[in-house]
Design a protein around this ligand. Structure first.
Ligand code: NDP
Length: 240
């Protein structure tokens, strides 16, 4: 029987590529999403991967959503915490709501999903949790105190939970992507994006599949000795 994986924000962008890579690697995948029904339906029709709607920032919704996946597909062996949002603005313009919403979804989502699935992995003595951080959580970024704090928090969360999971066969790792060609980056104004690309040594944006291949490795048997690590996939933009 194949192992079961949940990918949050798994129906488009980097998450879509991760869902497909894990399916190709033999996992049965449940792709979570927030509310973009058209993209979710189109994704399921094209890939055959089931999509499940819930808000990863909502603790109860995560518990219920993960239970539903377990009932329909089987016990959850892998969680990829990929769902994320931006609410950019310099601190003096940033509202408390913009601060809180980014923390709630990006960092709170990691806690909520891990809380729902880690105990079962621990009991079954096998599990993989991969958290998607960001280059901006490592290096900081102008106009992103909320996002950089949440992503930096993800890297700390990863190292702490890795210590709890290690003796139970549960590995917990992070990937810190650089700038990847998705809807999130398409929202960055063109002149700003040009300046960003100019700072990437390989001279281009990354592709979602390049992040997905890293996730697929971390979820494999071959990565059993890798835990508490952060894999930077950023075209050399930040050598951490
Ligand atoms: P996109 O904006 O393209 O996609 C975001 C996905 O997350 C969508 O599937 C969306 O669902 C889902 N999502 C958003 N909020 C929630 C929520 N509250 N509950 C459940 N799902 C939610 O993002 P990317 O693919 O660009 O980014 C994926 C991850 O990678 C994020 O964590 C991001 O911070 C990180 N990252 C991205 C980089 C980039 O350059 N793109 C760089 C570094 C990190 P729906 O479709 O329903 O809206």
């Amino acid at each position: 029987m194949s192992r079961i994986a949940i990918v949050t924000g798994g129906t488009r962008g980097i998450g879509e590529a991760i869902s497909v890579a894990l399916k190709d690697q033999g996992f049965t995948v449940a792709a979570n999403y927030a509310g973009n029904e058209n993209r979710a339906k189109e994704f399921t029709d094209r890939t055959g991967i089931a999509a499940y709607k819930w808000d990863v920032g909502d603790h109860e919704a995560c518990l219920t959503g993960c239970e539903q996946v377990a009932e329909e597909l089987g016990a959850v062996d892998v969680v990829v915490n990929n769902a994320g949002i931006t609410r950019d603005g310099t601190l003096h313009r940033m509202s408390y709501d913009d601060w809180h919403e980014v923390m709630r979804v990006n960092l709170g989502g990691c806690f909520n999903m891990s809380k729902a699935c880690f105990p079962g992995m621990r009991e079954r003595q096998w599990g993989r949790i991969v958290n998607i951080g960001s280059i901006n959580g490592q290096a900081g970024q102008y106009g992103q105190v909320n996002y950089a704090a949440a992503k930096s928090g993800i890297h700390g969360f990863t190292k702490a939970l890795a210590q709890e999971g290690a003796k139970f066969g549960v590995t917990v790792n992070a990937i810190a992507p650089g700038y990847i060609d998705t809807d999130m980056v398409a929202a960055v104004p063109e002149p700003v994006l040009e300046k960003i690309v100019a700072k990437i040594p390989v001279g281009r944006l990354g592709q979602a599949e390049e992040i997905a291949r890293g996730v697929a490795f971390l979820c494999s048997e071959n990565a059993a000795f890798v835990t508490g690590s952060t894999m930077s996939i950023n075209g050399g933009q930040h050598m951490y």
